[in-house]
Design a protein around this ligand. Sequence first.
Ligand code: ATP
Ligand code: MG
Length: 434
Amino acid sequence: MSPGDFVPISRVFASEAPGTTVRIRGWVLRTRSSGGILFFLLRDRSGVVQVTGRRDALGDAAFDAAEHVQIEGSVAVEGVVAEDRRALDGREVRASRIDVIDAGEPFPIFTDQTEEFLLDQRHLAIRSQESVAIFRVKAELLRAFREFFDREEVVEMTPPILTGNAAEGGAEAFQFDYFGRPGYLSQTAQLYLEALLFPHERVYALTPSFRAEKSRTPRHLTEFLNLEVELAWCDFADLLIFIERMMVDVLHAVAERRPKELTSLGRPPEELLAIRAPFERIRYSEAIDRLTKLGFPVHFGSDLGTAEERALTLESKNPLFVTHYPRELKAFYMLQSRDDPRAVEAADLLGPEGYGEIIGASCRETDIARIKERITQIGAKVDEYEWYLDLRRHGNIPHAGFGLGVERVVRWVLRREHIRDTTPFPRTPSRHTP
Ligand code: ATP
Ligand code: MG
């Protein structure tokens, strides 16, 4: 069989009429044989189909070889498309020829294994149908974001990952030796995006962020994909409207393009299509009041953790903006609120159903003295931020932006218990292999 002849398995169901001879190839998802008939479930990138092979049609040698193929072994098949009510989606391929590419060793993964074992076997576990569906949805989400930015004339940038200062203070930065000086893995691309905003006005970056957070919560990874956006001439109202439009647009695109995967993972696409702007907005102070009524021991100045964020959105189907956080809780570059000096013009977008923060957004402080004051307050050195302060010295303008945790969105959209299920090779405090 020559390589050009093969069709994707999806074509067996879509365009190939019963009676047509096709060539397909892929990996064996399931295998059994009885009474001189062999059954394979064969998977490729496009789908899964049942293949049947009869000893009398294949010949003894080929039948015996095919019978020895393990789960996840690879084969090429030539056969006829046939209707069969008992088969998956009503069709199967009746093989006239099966070439074993690699019979494979016994596959180590089967049902009822521990989470730890499956994480050790992650390089193989990512072949599961569940993983395939998760990462197709994630890819679709990234595509939808890029399409949205394209339409909105937001330009993709490539900020560095290796940096000489820990952007938001040192505690959570991974430090390493950079030729005798300290180097850090990027915690955020934001400061670089702010610099790139002056020549491009509307920029975004989709890059990994690294946080040396020891907190073992189901929503923290030490490496995650951060989608960061920076917009010139943008005030707080504009910022929230941009975020809303983006989320609705992207969620609807994914619902329309991946209904099968969403349904199989427990998220009916209709639920995403029901999400509409505007999202509810509440001030941090109001969130504190609500939480106090629910019995949480919080006061103005308390950080909202997993439990508090969960309580605020457990009953809602739409995301929620919490705005005007106390200045001390937030990063040094956030704009001090003109109507409440204790607060910053910042908003976190909380996912519905208790999933918690998915976006951190703010207007950026334009007053250089205030930025310096806050840098000193967090215990950092002003001279390390001189290049950033230059941005306020040359054509300073109002601007705003946000960072969205891609895996946080996938976790909510796909109702995953733990964020590690939303990335193929999760990095957590206890694991950086495979
Ligand atoms: P949290 O309070 O949940 O730790 P954060 O306030 O530190 O989040 P930001 O610095 O605003 O988060 O980062 C922007 C976005 O990146 C967050 O809204 C979140 O979606 C995501 N994010 C932050 N930290 C992590 C992490 N450790 N793992 C996965 N995603 C994260
Ligand atoms: Mg954090």
